[in-house]
Design a protein around this ligand. Structure first.
Ligand code: ADP
Length: 241
């Protein structure tokens, strides 16, 4: 089976000389379809950098990034942009829904931008919303939805079409803990459908929803574990310098 995401010895350096920052140092990571991986680590340890490089929003300084077996650095800029649009979905802490569009229109938008006709895009969007339990909310505007519902719409938007990889940056950061857990349950179920998920979180309890937790420190992957028995041990690992 081809991994959906593979980082091989990825290094990312920002700046040069005295201002040089090595945000990622020879990171290796493989995420298979159906798998949800949580990324944890102190502030500044490279979590966001890892996510933006995996999503091809930034290029690695050295090393290789493969999405669904294709090396991003060997693709033309256009092909990379198409890959980013078609194969990769993003979920952010602040939902990023367009206020002037309904839930269904928000979910259909990436498909329409990719050339799918409006009617077909709407059908696909409605099915995605249905799978996330949001059929009754399809015609609502974001400000008529709760925070948890908005995040579920954002997840639907991130997985419509033929997505291979779901990248989430603190997806439950703006939600209360019960709603956050419900969103995690959906994220996990979505990944079990075959997509590979990578999620940055500060929250050990939420990380325990993942199949695997990857710890970063100073740009290096220092540990990759199966979720331990309780979240307390994750907290120790995160703060135990
Ligand atoms: P985290 O998400 O774990 O907080 P980041 O990936 O945002 O960490 O940052 C890792 C390191 O890279 C930090 O030292 C940060 O200051 C630096 N960094 C991130 N983005 C940039 C940038 N665009 N220019 C310069 N330095 C950056």
């Amino acid at each position: 089976m081809t991994a959906r995401l593979e980082l091989r010895q990825v290094t990312k350096v920002y700046g040069s000389g005295p201002t040089e920052v090595r945000a990622l140092e020879q990171a290796d990571l493989v995420v298979e379809g159906g798998e949800l991986v949580a990324i944890m680590g102190p502030s500044g340890s490279g979590k966001s950098t890892l996510l933006t490089i995996a999503g091809s929003l930034e290029q690695a300084t050295s090393g290789q990034v493969l999405v669904a077996g294709t090396d991003l650095s060997r693709m033309s800029g256009n092909d990379r942009a198409r890959m980013r649009r078609r194969a990769i979905g993003y979920v952010f802490q602040d939902f990023n829904l367009l206020a002037g569009l309904t839930a269904a229109e928000n979910v259909a938008l990436p498909l329409e931008l990719d050339g799918v006709r409006a009617r077909a895009a709407r059908g696909i969007a409605l099915r995605a919303l249905e799978e996330l339990g949001l059929s009754a909310r399809a015609g609502r505007y974001p400000d008529e939805l709760s925070g948890g519902e908005r995040q579920r719409v954002a997840i639907a938007r991130a997985v419509v079409g033929d997505r291979q990889l779901l990248l989430a940056d603190e997806p439950t950061g703006a939600l209360d803990s019960a709603t956050g857990e419900a969103v995690m349950r959906l994220l996990r179920a979505t990944c079990q459908g075959g997509i590979a998920g990578v999620m940055v979180t500060h929250d050990a309890q939420l990380a325990s929803w993942a199949d695997r937790v990857v710890f970063l420190r100073d740009g290096r992957i220092v540990d990759q574990t199966m979720p331990p028995a309780g979240p307390e041990s994750l907290l120790t690992a995160e703060t135990g310098r």
